[in-house]
Design a protein around this ligand. Structure first.
Ligand SMILES: NC(=O)C1=CN([C@@H]2O[C@H](COP(=O)(O)OP(=O)(O)OC[C@H]3O[C@@H](n4cnc5c(N)ncnc54)[C@H](O)[C@@H]3O)[C@@H](O)[C@H]2O)C=CC1
Ligand SMILES: O=C(O)/C=C/C=C(\O)C(=O)O
Length: 484
């Protein structure tokens, strides 16, 4: 059985707080044990991160730091199969997903932000002064200090490195709190950091839960200078409250209830392929996923049939088998949450076009499986349409006009992403800018250029990361004014 240790000041150490089991979601088997860090160990991790800022890391030339980040990317690629197996065991996600998305993005995040920091420029302004002379203003950037990185379980390595890589590129040090469900890849990355020559204390990992555990100890720690978080909106609210102590900057990428809009001029086959992924990829456990779809009335039945067929075509089973296309959800608890919405939909009078229950898979009876599900017929105020489910399910609703589709999409407290399907260029531009979200995809979904702003509007978050936006969050900007 694997024991997942904390990584503090370059060393692996057993936690002194609660121990909890690490389950394989495909079978429910216990594969390992996590030993959470107690308050003193979180304090040690923050202390190590503070010391590292004053050590070789803090004095290191940018080119040297960037070279180390590239070695980390190379280190992930060199141990690709180990990262892949670790991520699959933690999440049950199929190899086809983890090998194409999670692990390559883990390495890419380090290379992209190594590039980004090398091209970072600063502003300068010359001004006239009342004495007839002048002054020169220029901005310089420095690291903020110790960054707390609090991560979810749906894309563990991808989302953790999405924050760790730019934080380190900007010269910060980090203390990572992985999700209690997925401790493996953050821990493994500690070995890669040591092998790459990242100085002790620059990258630290503390395991545990949220409230009353490592997550809360870390985010309330006064030695932390900034907090970045991806996860549920209510957790984001708690973390924002923690960050208000000491007025620390916070970046929050939170939940979504993302709308898809399909117009009757859309390319049908491309739309079905794209919208199918948007609803069901990663068993629907993507904050960008599409849990409500508005379809122009003339093509409603065709889309409904097409999407139901997509849902029925998934293959469950051994995630290491390349033929498996859908994994379980992350935990028994999360499955109960997803199934509670399946139940509400059925009781609320939804027409179930596909799925709606639990599949039976020989040899995997103990796993946390749910069927990909497509509904129609619910009223727009149903909790199934209002609340983030985070499962492989979606609801279809017809609309008649462009304005109606925009209004329906915007009728949500969330504002993370949308996916719009149309062959009309004018309509694509018009609709994409009117949906109240951080990310509008047209004729695609989850197509990511890592230089672009990424984040949500409304209850879906605060701030943007990606490209220069990450550089903004992970640096402190200082203006220097010189009287000439
Ligand atoms: N990317 C997203 O939008 C995600 C959304 N979810 C949704 O959230 C629901 C709950 O899943 P969880 O894993 O519990 O998500 P969560 O948002 O509660 O947890 C994410 C991370 O925050 C930590 N955390 C929780 N409470 C905290 C606190 N008060 N202070 C500091 N850290 C804290 C957790 O330990 C974990 O590392 C899921 O059912 C799903 O619907 C879950 C994961 C990702
Ligand atoms: O591509 C990314 O950087 C992020 C993708 C997904 C999420 O943020 C999420 O599902 O939480």
């Amino acid at each position: 059985m694997t024991e997942f240790l904390n990584f503090i000041d370059g060393r692996f150490v057993p936690g002194r707080a609660e121990a909890f089991a690490n389950h394989f979601p495909s079978t429910g088997e216990v594969l390992g044990e996590v030993r959470a860090a107690d308050r003193d160990q979180v304090d040690e991790a923050v202390g190590a991160a503070q010391r590292a800022l004053k050590g070789p890391w803090g004095r290191m030339a940018l080119a040297e730091r960037v070279a180390l980040l590239r070695k980390v990317a190379d280190g992930i690629n060199a141990r690709f199969d180990e990262f892949l197996a670790a991520e699959i065991r933690d999440t049950g996600k199929p190899r086809s997903i983890a090998s194409h998305i999670d692990i390559p993005r883990g390495a890419a995040n380090f290379n992209v932000f190594a590039d980004q920091v090398m091209t970072l420029s600063n502003e300068s302004f010359e001004m006239a002064t009342p004495d007839g002379g002048g002054a020169l203003n220029y901005a310089v950037r420095g690291p903020r200090g110790v960054i707390a990185v609090v991560c979810p379980w749906n894309l563990p390595l991808l989302l953790m490195t999405w924050k760790v890589a730019p934080a380190l590129a900007c010269g910060n040090t980090v203390v990572v709190k992985p999700s209690e469900e997925t401790p493996a890849t953050a821990t493994l990355l500690g070995e890669v950091m040591n092998a790459a020559g990242i100085p002790p204390g620059v990258y630290n990992v503390v395991h545990g839960h949220g409230p009353g555990s490592a997550g809360e100890f870390l985010t309330r720690h006064p030695g932390v200078n900034g907090i970045t978080f991806t996860g549920e909106t209510s957790t984001g609210e708690a973390i924002m409250a923690a960050s208000s102590r000491g007025v620390r900057p916070v970046s929050l990428e939170l939940g979504g209830k993302n709308a898809g809009i399909i117009f009757d001029d859309a390319d049908f086959d491309k739309t079905m392929e794209g919208i199918g992924r948007a609803c069901f990829a990663n068993t629907g456990q993507v904050c960008l996923g599409t849990e409500r779809i508005y379809v122009q009335r003339g093509i409603f039945d065709r889309v409904a049939e097409g999407l139901a067929a997509k849902a029925r075509a998934y293959r469950f089973g051994d995630p290491f088998d390349p033929a498996t296309t859908m994994g379980p959800v992350i935990s028994a608890e999360h499955r109960a949450k997803v199934l509670s919405y399946y139940d509400r939909a059925a009781r609320g009078g939804a027409q179930i076009l596909a799925g709606g229950g639990v599949p039976s898979i020989q040899g995997y009876e103990g796993g946390y499986w749910v069927e990909p599900t497509v509904w129609t017929g619910l009223a727009e105020d149903s909790p199934v349409i209002r609340e983030e489910i985070f499962g492989p399910c979606t609801h279809l609703q017809p609309f008649d006009t462009e304005d109606e589709a925009i209004a329906l999409a915007n009728n949500s407290p969330y504002g993370l992403a949308t996916t719009i399907w149309t062959e009309s260029l004018g309509r694509a531009h018009r609709v994409a800018r009117q949906v109240e979200v951080g990310i509008s995809w047209v004729n695609c979904w989850f197509l990511r250029d890592l230089r672009t702003p990424f984040g949500g509007a409304k209850a879906s978050g605060i701030g943007r990361e990606g490209g220069v936006h990450s550089m903004e969050f992970y640096t402190e900007l200082r203006n220097i004014c010189i009287k000439l």
